[in-house]
Design a protein around this ligand. Sequence first.
Ligand code: NAP
Length: 223
Amino acid sequence: MKTVLITGANRGIGLALVQGFSARGDHVIAVCRRSSQALDKTGAQVEAGIDVTDDDALAHLAQRLGKSRIDILVCNAGILTNEKLGGIDQAALENMRRQFEVNTLGPLRVVQALLNQLSEHAKIGIITSRMGSMADNDSGGYYGYRASKAAVNAVGKSLAADLKPRGIAVVLLHPGFVSTDMVNHAGDVSPEHAGTQLIERLDRLNLKDSGTFWHANGTPLPW
Ligand SMILES: NC(=O)c1ccc[n+]([C@@H]2O[C@H](COP(=O)([O-])OP(=O)(O)OC[C@H]3O[C@@H](n4cnc5c(N)ncnc54)[C@H](OP(=O)(O)O)[C@@H]3O)[C@@H](O)[C@H]2O)c1
């Protein structure tokens, strides 16, 4: 049985990951701002009141976890807004900064806060997006989201290098186009399907592959 910690666990892909890991008997620590009925039903250890941009909340989380050891950490919490050229006003700039706080600095803060809890040979999955890929961007727009996901890919690369001596592997994972609130349920795969594929990617992750970028379906993605 592994201990798995997941952020953004109350809905969407995070909830599906909680359900998937719980179903195979892993101990899941479900981190969220506010729990949901669906999350409460999973039987996971719910740690609510945690905003990934709040250092104090993360420090308290680490304190509460104490000597618990995390084998798999999934940084999943994220937000998306669409800023369009010609409309980059103060509100749009604020949205861009907010996406950077949540999508880029969030995973870095979470990993740093939980460094003492990560087990030897732990695995870290960062849920990024292919929208952060330079090579894949032929449709433009989404200035803040794309930049924040490209930047979290850079964060993941540095984490992979920094944590290698501890035997900890880090992977950047695109979940697919998933039917969740984030995309107004317009995705072409269910959260459950994406969750199953993401768990498979994490199971297969080893130190040799640390710092790489994958589609959940098993295709390597270009930066
Ligand atoms: N859906 C897709 O097609 C797709 C594609 C590529 C990548 N992704 C990525 O997949 C991840 C999960 O997205 P999703 O589709 O499941 O979206 P979602 O249904 O909108 O869920 C987002 C989750 O992130 C949490 N969250 C947002 N801001 C937070 C904060 N400041 N602190 C803590 N938690 C916060 C939300 O919690 P609250 O309920 O408290 O807001 C929620 O649990 C994201 O990183 C997203 O960028 C999704």
